[in-house]
Design a protein. Structure first.
Length: 367
């Protein structure tokens, strides 16, 4: 039994908060100084050594069946990670809450843990084919901020072991066309986690926003919006109803969203956590959040700043009507570590994302 495609009844979801257990037995790392400077400060001898120590899941660990107080969720447009699929969860201790925010990341009470599992099915898109989980990433809310920890799964898929330094894992699968694919999947080290999650020099979650979570999710119930479900469960505060807010467009849903809006959503999910006024690429002047209105800050006819080899001798990030002259396409379409964007998190080109951005730039008009 696997979490994807499983129709968990909403009543089961709601009962996670109605349980009267007086003590949560789950293990959580003790509060210590959060990672805002050197990653080595997050390394502690009492960090749980195996994923099973947290008791996030019931039954066989690899089935990822959420235990009490562990809530599945999904996002509208995910970050591309070498074609890996992801199963996401939020763990909230008894009585702890999530505070809704219309813009930016939600706020979480101390003790909350964001859980993201990265895996591959033997056949891409076929949820019934065997899968291999590569890693589980945690963001743990402590007294002074968020702490990242990574766990790498063993070959037997019975557990995942704590890892601070990262690892390369060879992965193979069949894509939707039936062709064999391979990738050298890179599990990030903790410094790399900090680099992407950096917001004003503090580690901040990515993806737990109103726009990204405003959607239905089949793991809850087909007709239930997950934000509304969180409110009904009593874990989401400062929130009215999902209908009051606009969802992030789904990057590959051509039936319901325009090319421009899908491209902007893709850039938001894959680039804006660094390319923002608070991110690690703030000095670039390239700010790629979905709601960015300034065309120059979106890269349109904007010359590069200190891009070096990454500019490819092109003059502008985006040249309307000419993807072949745009730095965006040059970098997103490259596998050269000195050129490619994003710099980390992928080692192969996302062909479908590249095609979307190429079409977007072709259709852009000069103004």
């Amino acid at each position: 039994m696997r979490i994807e495609g499983v129709g968990i009844l909403l009543a089961c979801f709601l009962c996670c908060c109605s349980c009267n257990s007086t003590e949560d037995k789950r293990v959580a790392p003790k509060a210590r100084k959060a990672t805002t400077t050197l990653i080595k400060k997050t390394i502690a001898t009492d960090d749980p050594k195996q994923l099973s120590d947290y008791s996030f899941f019931t039954g066989e660990l690899k089935d990822l069946i959420p235990a009490d107080k562990v809530y599945p969720y999904a996002v509208n447009t995910p970050l591309f990670s070498n074609y890996a699929e992801k199963a996401r969860f939020i763990y909230l201790p008894q009585g702890k809450k999530i505070t809704f925010a219309q813009q930016g990341s939600f706020s979480f009470d101390k003790g909350a843990i964001l859980i993201k599992n990265f895996f591959y099915h033997e056949i891409q898109g076929d949820t019934l084919s065997p899968r291999k989980i590569i890693e589980t990433r945690l963001l743990i809310k402590e007294e002074e901020g968020w702490k990242p920890l990574n766990y790498i799964w063993n070959e037997q898929q019975t557990n995942a072991n704590l890892n601070y330094v990262g690892k390369n894992v060879a992965v193979s699968w069949k894509d939707k066309k039936g062709e064999e694919r391979q990738v050298n999947y890179v599990v990030p080290n903790l410094n790399q986690c900090k680099n992407c999650h950096n917001n004003n020099n503090k580690i901040t979650p990515i993806g737990v926003t109103a726009a990204q979570l405003n959607r239905r999710y089949s793991a809850l119930q087909e007709k239930v919006n997950q934000l509304d479900a969180f409110k009904q469960a009593g874990i989401l505060t400062n929130f009215s109803t999902a209908a009051a807010y606009s969802p992030m467009p789904v990057w590959d849903d051509a039936l319901n969203f325009s090319v421009e809006n899908r491209a902007k959503a893709y850039l938001d999910a894959n680039c804006a956590h660094c390319h923002s006024a608070q991110g690690s690429a703030k000095n670039s002047g390239l700010y790629l959040s979905y709601h960015q209105k300034d065309r120059r800050k979106r890269g349109i006819l904007k010359p590069p700043i200190a891009a070096g080899k990454g500019s490819g001798d092109f003059k502008y990030d985006i040249v309307p009507g000419h993807p072949e002259e745009s730095i965006f396409i040059y970098r997103i379409g490259s596998n050269d570590p000195a050129i490619r964007m994003p710099e980390i998190g992928r080692s192969i080109v996302h062909q479908e994302g590249l095609a979307l951005l190429t079409q977007y730039i072709k259709e852009l008009q000069k103004q």
